[in-house]
Design a protein around this ligand. Structure first.
Ligand SMILES: Nc1ncnc2c1ncn2[C@@H]1O[C@H](COP(=O)(O)OP(=O)(O)OP(=O)(O)O)[C@@H](O)[C@H]1O
Ligand SMILES: [Mg+2]
Length: 236
């Protein structure tokens, strides 16, 4: 019996571009345990976003198995993938994808409505990411870092079993980044949600339970960290 939440086996993803083929994932295999705060590190173009998209059911792999909670999501039909995305996955995109015609609170509330109100209260969630006084603002009235925090609140609000984050602190200043990582780490410990966080920033790796280095669409090495630092202890 293993407590792996995620098992990916020999996952490949390639894109045909006219006469050439681009290989984004080239036989990627890994395991991530239930409740892990896992960090994926790798250079630009190494397949990190593609990996998250495949794991989150936004794209299907060309081949390989993507088991989440014992089920191979790569074999799901469209309806099952939609259910999986809606109920199990909270996605924080590299470019935050907020709905411009909804306020911050409405953007977050939409995510909670998707799970029939079983998630966190939208205004509490915004307060946790430091935006308690911005709930009625539209994305266009918020700075890039504030929009990113709304996107984080939105992903977390539905209390998904799996949180996937693509460079969540990329557009934040150091202080705000630490605050956001603290919120993510705290929720991870409170709820036992599994977090998979993609980043270029190797400092973030110090707070992770598991650090997975990727390059050219493959896993290079994995470090399991029994004594991770707290976000405020790291020298950013
Ligand atoms: N839809 C697509 N069509 C064709 N090629 C793609 C597509 N998506 C990604 N790729 C290619 O796959 C490779 C991996 O891209 P990916 O976006 O996963 O990298 P990344 O590690 O997230 O990079 P970054 O750190 O810059 O965000 C790149 O060479 C990219 O050009
Ligand atoms: Mg990317």
């Amino acid at each position: 019996m293993t407590d792996a939440h995620i098992v990916m086996e020999d996952v490949r993803k390639s894109y045909s571009m006219g006469s050439t083929t681009v290989t984004a994932l080239d036989g990627l295999s890994l395991e991530i345990n239930q409740g892990d705060f896992a960090v994926i590190l790798g250079p630009s173009g190494s397949g990190k976003t593609t990996f998250l998209n495949v794991l989150g059911g936004l794209e299907s792999p060309t081949s390989g198995a993507v088991r989440v909670g014992g089920e191979d999501i790569a074999s799901f039909n469209q309806q099952k993938v939609t259910q999986y995305r809606r109920h199990q996955v909270g996605f924080i995109f590299q470019f935050f994808n907020l709905l411009p015609t909804l306020t911050a609170e409405e953007n977050v509330a939409m995510s909670n409505e998707m799970v029939n109100g079983k998630g966190f209260d939208p205004s509490d969630m915004l307060a946790r990411v430091g935006l308690g006084d911005r709930t009625d603002h539209y994305p266009g009235q918020l700075s890039g870092g504030q929009q990113q925090r709304v996107a984080i609140a939105r992903a977390l609000a539905k209390k998904p079993a799996l949180v996937l984050a693509d460079e969540p602190t990329g557009s934040l200043d150091v202080e705000t980044g630490i605050d956001v990582l603290k919120v993510m780490r705290q929720l991870n410990r409170e709820t036992g949600q599994t977090f998979v966080v993609v980043t270029h920033n190797s400092a973030i790796a110090q707070i992770a339970d598991r650090v997975i280095r990727v390059g050219s669409g493959k896993v290079h090495n994995v470090i399991v960290n029994d004594m991770p630092f707290e976000p405020e202890e790291v020298d950013w």
